[in-house]
Ligand binder design. Structure first.
Ligand code: G3P
Ligand code: MG
Length: 253
């Protein structure tokens, strides 16, 4: 159900580095993590970058929407200084750079498709899927249909439409449906997406729900677990994997 690393560094390096940057990926890797989660969003010119917020202001200086800025405009900004002076000048990371880093260092990826709005959900899912399909063409070629292993990354998204688009563009790359609160029809949604896992907020998960998801044969992943005791508790419920911001306290596998 979950052939992947069980503890992932959230947004690259958790809170120890500026989220969704190459510096964050290096930080997670240097802490021994061999699995990472990051967010992918499109720029105005449809370039996939690692980004969480749809607007500037928190991790990038300035204001306005990410979707109104071109890649070259965003690459000119400081994506690290907000975190701490040591990371000042760290640039925005492209999806291509993140994939290259992870492949080079054998870091498995949970690629969260993060459309800046539902209007660009299909475009974001399609672009991300085609990029991964190209980067992992060799692994897809060697992959045995129906056999789930860690040679391929895993998509996740809160956007059903984005995941459907990823399924159409790169059906070979598995999908996890990401929800804050588990809906009553979770199993039906997973089936439509042909998803291998449900990803959910650990704060809203009950033991009964966890066991039902596992009994139904799906992987179960929780975000964002920062307390080691809580991590042990939900793992005891059958939760397969978690991501954490506290890579100094939890993990790696
Ligand atoms: O993919 C799990 C987690 O990253 C979802 O929440 O807001 O941190 O992207 P967020
Ligand atoms: Mg995320």
């Amino acid at each position: 159900m979950w052939p992947y690393p069980t503890i992932l560094a959230h947004r690259g390096g958790g809170t120890l580095a500026p989220e969704n940057t190459l510096a964050a990926l290096r930080c997670g890797w240097s802490h021994g993590f061999r699995g990472v989660e990051f967010d992918v969003m499109l720029t105005r010119d449809q370039e996939p970058i690692l980004m969480h917020d749809p607007v500037l202001g928190r991790t990038l200086p300035g204001s306005g929407k990410i979707a109104d800025h071109t890649l070259s405009e965003l690459l000119a900004l400081d994506a690290g200084g907000w975190h701490s002076p040591a990371f000042a000048g760290e640039p925005v990371c492209t999806l291509a750079q993140a994939m290259a880093f992870c492949r080079q260092h054998a870091v498995w990826m949970n690629v969260e498709i993060k459309p800046a709005s539902e209007a660009v959900a299909v475009a974001t899912g399609t672009v991300a899927a085609l990029a991964l399909k190209s980067a992992f063409a060799d692994a897809i070629g060697a992959h045995v249909a129906g056999h789930n292993d860690a040679t391929l990354p895993l998509f996740s998204s809160f956007s059903f439409e984005a995941l459907m688009a990823a399924k159409i563009a790169a059906p070979e790359i598995p999908r996890g449906f990401l929800v804050d609160t588990i809906p009553d029809d979770w199993q039906q949604q997973l089936q439509i997406l042909d998803a291998v896992a449900l990803h959910t907020n650990h704060k809203n998960l009950s033991e009964r729900q966890a066991r039902a998801i596992k009994d139904a044969g799906f992987g179960l992943f929780c975000y964002t677990v920062n307390d080691p005791q809580r991590a042990r508790e939900i793992r005891g419920w059958g939760v397969d994997g978690i991501c954490t911001d506290r890579i100094d306290l939890i993990g790696p596998d």
